[in-house]
Structure formats: C-alpha cells, structure tokens
Design a protein around this ligand. Structure first.
Ligand SMILES: Nc1ncnc2c1ncn2[C@@H]1O[C@H](COP(=O)(O)OP(=O)(O)O)[C@@H](O)[C@H]1O
Ligand SMILES: O=P(O)(O)OC[C@H]1O[C@H](OP(=O)(O)OP(=O)(O)O)[C@H](O)[C@@H]1O
Length: 179
C-alpha cells in the first residue's frame, strides 16, 4: 500500500537530516527531490535548482503535484510522485506547515510528521548550517512557532537531542506495521 508523509517543522529543525537518516535505514523509501528557485550552490538538501521563469513554465505545464512559496522561494513537488504512489511506494517530502491543508487536498492519505526542537537549538543549527544570511536566519526563527492546521494525522518528533534518537523515532513511524 502506498503511503505519503510530509516532514514539517521549523527551519533548521533537522527535516532533511532526518529524512536522509531514515532512508539509510529504509532504502525503499523515496525522498522527493524538490524543485526550488534557489541558488544551485546553496548546499543542504539535494534539490533541482531552477530560475523563477523556469519554475513558472514547469508549473504551467503541470510538472508539479503541489507547489508553494516561502522564504521568498518557490518550491515544487514533482508530479511523478503520483506515479510512485500508484506503484505502492512510500514517499517522504520536506513540506510547509502553512501549506498542509493544500497538501492534504492533493494527497488525501497524507500523514504529517511534525519535527520540533527547542528555540536555542534551532538558532544554533541554522547558524551552523551556514546556508542563510543572519537576516534570513532571523526571519526563519520568527516563523518557528507556526501552528499546524487542525484535522490532520500528525505525529510529533522532538529533534532537540541526538539525530540518531530522532531518526529511530522516525523509522519506527515509517514501519509499515504502524501505517
Ligand atoms: N539532532 C541533530 N543534532 C545536531 N545537529 C543536527 C541535528 N539535526 C540536524 N542537525 C544539523 O542542523 C542543521 C539543519 O538541519 P537540516 O536537516 O538542514 O534542517 P531543516 O531541513 O529542517 O531546515 C544542519 O546543519 C544539520 O546537520
Ligand atoms: O510553512 P513552513 O513550515 O514555515 O515552511 C516553509 C518552507 O520552509 C521549508 O523550506 P526549506 O527547506 O527551504 O527551509 P529549511 O531547510 O530551512 O527548513 C519548508 O520545506 C517549506 O518549504
């Protein structure tokens, strides 16, 4: 049976790190490679970098199952995810808390993993990652406490401590038996 999980939470909480750690343990997982209007050399997650114009063309051509704008960037989830779901795969994507209502409308079986960490931990991780400027980091910390929409199937994982601990919690959630 196919399953799709949105991994959400504040910037710097460790969403991408956790997705990668889970995929190391469960190689059958499909981690979505997002299309983003971000500098291709920005580092961090593996993503497909495009210009704003290219993004709009892709969007108009129906290349995305879901897309949104945040942090001044456009993000797209490739439409091929739908094909993977029809094949029975388990799909994980790094999602936006603000866009979960729309995501659940597109993927009715959507399950949400909400990753949290203490505020001082977030600030240290964003600074350590070094992908954003101090101004961008401040804006991301402002958004850290954004609430999730009601009515969704949400599991919580605290990643304030060791990545290994949170990764084990994620792997446990992803086991088919807990589906
Ligand atoms: N549990 C953890 N302990 C220490 N560092 C972590 C942990 N989780 C993530 N990090 C680091 O924090 C930074 C942000 O993680 P990242 O996965 O990019 O977060 P997000 O995708 O949520 O923005 C990265 O430098 C990552 O290596
Ligand atoms: O509505 P929100 O939950 O605040 O999310 C806004 C955006 O932030 C994250 O993106 P991105 O991966 O660029 O940022 P991050 O790695 O710093 O989390 C997330 O994937 C969304 O695209």
């Amino acid at each position: 049976m196919s399953r799709i999980f949105a991994i959400v939470g504040p910037s710097g909480v460790g969403k991408d790190s956790l997705m990668r750690a889970a995929a190391e343990r469960l190689p059958e997982l499909h981690l979505v490679r997002r299309v983003i209007t971000r500098d291709p050399d920005a580092g961090g997650e593996d993503f497909h970098a495009v210009s704003r114009n290219a993004f709009q063309r892709l969007r108009a051509d129906g290349a995305f199952a879901l897309d949104w704008e945040a942090h001044g960037l456009h993000y797209g989830i490739p439409a091929e995810v739908e094909l993977r779901l029809t094949r029975g795969e388990t799909v994980l994507f790094n999602g936006s808390r603000a866009m979960l209502g729309q995501a659940a409308a597109v993927f009715p079986a959507l399950r949400v993993v909400h990753v949290t960490a203490r505020p001082e931990v977030l600030a240290a991780r964003l600074a350590g990652r070094g992908r954003e400027t101090p101004g961008e980091i401040a804006a991301r910390l402002e958004r850290a406490r954004l609430a999730l929409p009601a009515g969704l199937d949400v599991a919580e994982i605290d990643n304030s401590g060791a990545l290994e601990t949170a990764a084990e919690a994620l792997v446990a959630l992803l086991q088919p038996a807990s589906a």
